[in-house]
Design a protein around this ligand. Structure first.
Ligand SMILES: Cc1cc2nc3c(=O)[nH]c(=O)nc-3n(C[C@H](O)[C@H](O)[C@H](O)COP(=O)(O)O)c2cc1C
Length: 341
């Protein structure tokens, strides 16, 4: 299956299905000499399992703890290669995460039906065969592997003084048997100006691909984003100024990217998530034999994937930036000469 690799210089390949023995990631292009151990990666993995958020009634009284993640995976990672005595060696880093809380029986009744909002129908049309258990390769579980790669990218960015943070700026709410979506805003500080390519591989285009490749993301924005289309040029343009002897801008509608290259300002992007497709409310659909059926999805699902996916957005942004930073290293002869002299 093609399309499992992201990046050119810092190459990330994920593998595995939701209910197989394990999932994992191979990172090729991580430079030698980065201190790295499993404990460096685990905290970011743990953020894919946020603590349940309590639900309050209008009088501020806690009614219940909202179940954020019903599949109880420890997401314990194992580094299989590319690290020796706590240091990356420059060879491919392979990371494995075992699938330990698998209840494939939950999916038996859904084997031949096309769940609305899922990749079941399109997978069958493309391959004619699919691992239906827990969404197989299309499962949100695949994103655990991305987060492992993202944690390494974050460590590299850290060495360069570049920091990534994010916030959930909108979290939808739905009743018991339904689901909701939301929005994650991600901000990068410390990114030097002039990183990114000028045409097809513009930094915003690469970030867009990275973020839109996360399951359930339906829209992506940079800076003022959609709002920019409703502004005038004079309102939208960020004027350049000199502050403390440095060139900067007085506003940041551009979201830190101009002409596909970072402008030295904060990079600001937004990811918009649709409601979780698995809902326990009865839904009409069609099965493999072309018969119309009504289904009720049981099993363990996130009512809202946003809290779990927030760290995935950060991970994909980190991977994209490291890839772009590495690519940028051969853009100027004077810098190449400086490096080899
Ligand atoms: C971290 C994460 C967790 C997810 N968990 C679930 C889930 O529990 N149930 C579900 O139906 N979809 C879940 N999804 C979304 C589906 O994977 C996704 O919507 C589906 O494969 C269809 O792909 P599309 O929405 O990109 O078109 C999750 C996505 C992410 C990023």
């Amino acid at each position: 299956m093609a399309g499992n690799t992201f990046g050119k210089n810092f190459k990330v390949t994920t593998w595995g299905e939701s209910h197989g023995p394990a999932i994992g990631v191979v990172i090729d292009g991580c430079p030698a000499g980065l201190p790295l151990c499993e404990e460096d990666i685990q905290p970011m993995m743990d953020r894919r399992h946020p603590q349940p958020t309590p639900v309050f009634n209008p009088y501020g009284v806690e009614i219940e703890a909202a179940p954020v993640n019903k599949r109880k995976e420890p997401d314990k990672i194992r580094i299989l290669s590319g690290v020796f005595e706590g240091m990356t060696t420059g060879t491919p880093i392979s990371i494995m995460i075992e699938n330990t809380d698998v209840k494939s029986k939950d999916y038996d009744d859904l084997k031949d039906v096309y769940r609305p909002g899922h990749a079941d129908y399109t997978f069958d049309m493309k391959y004619g065969i699919r691992d239906h258990r827990g969404g197989g390769r299309s499962s949100g579980r695949e994103t655990a592997a991305r987060v492992a790669a993202g944690a390494i990218a974050v460590k590299i960015l850290d060495e360069l003084g570049i920091k990534i943070s994010s916030d959930i700026t909108y979290l939808g709410f739905a009743d018991e048997d339904d689901s909701a979506g939301g929005t994650v805003e991600c901000v990068v500080t410390g990114m030097p100006a002039g990183v990114g390519e000028t045409v097809f591989d513009k930094l915003d285009a690469r970030l867009g691909q990275a973020v839109m490749s996360i399951g359930a993301v339906k829209a992506f924005e940079v800076g003022a984003g959609v709002m920019a289309s409703q502004l005038t040029g004079s309102m939208n343009n960020d004027e350049f100024i000199v502050l403390d002897g440095k060139i900067t801008k007085n506003t940041n509608n551009a979201g830190g990217i101009l002409g596909g290259m970072s402008d030295g300002d904060e990079i600001v992007i937004k990811a918009y998530f649709k409601p979780t497709p698995s809902i326990s409310k009865p839904q009409n659909t069609v099965n493999k034999n072309g018969e119309e059926v009504t289904i009720t999805i049981s099993g363990r699902h996130d009512d809202n994937v946003v809290e779990k996916a927030q760290v995935v957005v950060e991970a994909m942004v980190a991977v994209t930036l490291v890839d772009a930073l590495f690519e940028n290293m051969h853009s100027r002869l004077d810098k190449i000469k400086e490096f080899y002299r």
